[in-house]
Structure formats: structure tokens, C-alpha cells
Ligand binder design. Sequence first.
Ligand code: NAD
Ligand code: UDP
Length: 319
Amino acid sequence: MGKRTVLITGAAGFLGSHLCDYVLGEGDSVIGVDNLSTGSLANVAHLANESRFQLIEKDICQPFDVGRVDFVFNFASPASPVDYSRLGIETLLVGSAGTINTLEIAHRYDASFLHASTSECYGDPEVHPQVETYWGNVNPVGPRSVYDEAKRFSEAAVTAYHRYHGVDTRLVRIFNTYGPRLQSSDGRVISNLMTQALRGEPLTIYGDGLQTRSFCYVSDLIEGIMRLSKVTEHTPVNIGNPIEWNMFECASEVLAVTGAKVELIFKPLPQDDPTRRRPDITKAKALLGWEPQVNLRSGLERSLEYFKACVSAEAAPHS
Ligand code: NAD
Ligand code: UDP
């Protein structure tokens, strides 16, 4: 089989850029599309001399065409609560018009399609851990709705293009993921706590700190996604690390890895902040033979140099 041409939307983002690296590593060519709203050229700067990679600066909310492609990974969307609150309408649009425009490309060129969905589809879950068959508990008019409902619309759109047009689609429901190239200022818990610890500032705990998340290291996530891209499965698949941490446990891992001696301070819990999150990965294990390999401690250790560089860059005088 000849090498493929792969379209990755959101290629200059955290996950998109790691996906570019993996796909290029398999010998395929990558056309990245990104409007740089939350991503950064720095994430793909190391690919500047890679002849099999090009980045097109474009907003996928407008219909677009990059020529024939064999596979599409649709990763464009603001992803952190701080980003999607700031870019509310843009988030609704990219998860609706943007997804449809990208599905049109897959339909036009008979390309396979994998969409980055999210554990947010489960909202504040009443079923724990979350299985793919659970329909979720989402507030359609709350502050998170611009993201959650756009992602749920995207799942419906992806499924409809499979059902009505026969597009070969896949849906991955991604649980909280971290690692190098996670935007250091995106307000997510790992980026906040790591940069606060490295600056010697107190760590911010929202609410009573007993809410939980399950943190997946980026290399584990990308491996799971690439395996999913190679099987035929059109219904959603959870990819995430099933080990659950409350905010105190998470802060204590950050303190251990950074060596920081700082206090914890409490801030109000954002509205509709989910009380718990943990993926049931039975389906991914059976379908993909996949499970995470990197625990939180070693994932944070692998991310330390990156966050140190971010904090040093903040401290550097602006030219
Ligand atoms: P990110 O913000 O780093 O990357 C998103 C990229 O999409 C950015 O480069 C941004 O500039 C680009 N983008 C946004 N709107 C666009 C538009 N209209 N046109 C073109 N490009 C656009 O976020 P990420 O963490 O890498 O997330 C990537 C995808 O994975 C998103 O779809 C997100 O919803 C999903 N996801 C991420 C996580 C996580 O923990 N990181 C969890 C669940 C789902
Ligand atoms: N959080 C926190 N301190 C911070 C940032 C976030 O305690 O400085 C909490 C937040 O209230 C939530 C969890 O960490 O319960 C994960 O938040 P994040 O923004 O990383 O992503 P979410 O999973 O909510 O989309």
C-alpha cells in the first residue's frame, strides 16, 4: 500500500501536533490546518524542514478543500474551560460548521475520518465510571454548553455522515490529557498547578478539591487514537487513564515532582464543574489491546522540562 496523505485539523494544538509527529513517523504525509486561535506555531516548529508536512493557516468554519486526502483527523476546537469560555461562539461554530466542513472533505475524497470527541459529552455524570453507552448529564444552557453541546452535535454529525453517506468514521471520547505542549496558560488544572509550583506561587484548588479527574499522558492517548484509526468501529470509544485523582492528590503529585514547597489556596468552584470523571476503558482494551502505560507521577516528570521552559519564557524580558 502506498503512503497516505493525512489531513489533521487543529494541527498546531497540543494533541494535533503530537498526532502530526506520530503520523509522519509512520511515513505518511500530513496537511495540517489551523487558525492558531488556541494553538501555536511553536508546537510544529520542529517540522519546518519536513517535506512531508505543511501547515495551512485556515479557519475550518468556512468550507475548504486541501485536495485529495486518505484520512482525516478532526482535532480543531478550543479545549480548556478558560479557552472555550473566552471563545464561546467560535467553539460552537467549530464543533458544528467546522465538523460538517471537514466531514464534507472525507465524503468528497472517500477518506476515513476520526473525530476528537470528549468526556464532556457525559457532563456531570450519574454513571461512574463512564461507559460509552451512557448518554450523559449535560446542562444545555450552562457556561460549559458551548463546548459540550458542540461536541455532542459533532458526534451526531459524524454518525450521520456514516449512516447516510457511508463515510468510514470513528469517534474517540478523550479524557483529560496532559504533557509537553499543553498550553501553560490554558487554566487547566495540570498547567495551572505545574506553572504555579515552578513560580513558587500557591497552588489553586477550586471548590472543596474533592472533585475528581483521570489524567492521561499524551503518548498513551495518541497511541490509543492511532490504534482506533486502524480498526473499523463507528461508535464512540473512551480513551483515557482510568486512575482517578481528587485535586489534593493531584496537587501532591505536582509538589513531589517539582520539589516546590508552596501552600494550597482555595478559589470558587466554576459553575457546572463536574464532580467526577473516570473512563471505563473495557471497550478500548478489547477492541484495541490498549491501556495506558504512564502513571501520573512519571507523566508529570516527563512534562517538567517543558513547563520549566514555559515559566522561564514568561520571566524573560519582552523584546
Ligand atoms: P488545543 O487548543 O491545544 O488545540 C486545538 C487546536 O485547534 C488549536 O491549535 C487551535 O488553534 C485550533 N482551532 C480552534 N478552532 C479552529 C478553527 N475554527 N479552525 C482551525 N483551527 C482551529 O487543544 P487540545 O487539547 O490539543 O485539543 C484538541 C482536540 O481534542 C479538541 O477538539 C478538544 O476538544 C479535544 N479534547 C482534548 C482534551 C484534552 O484533555 N486535551 C480532552 C478532550 C477532548
Ligand atoms: N481546577 C483546580 N485548580 C485549578 C484549575 C482547575 O482545582 O487551578 C479543577 C477544576 O475545578 C476541575 C478540575 O481541576 O474540577 C479539572 O479542570 P480542568 O480545567 O483541567 O478541566 P475540566 O476537566 O474541568 O474540563
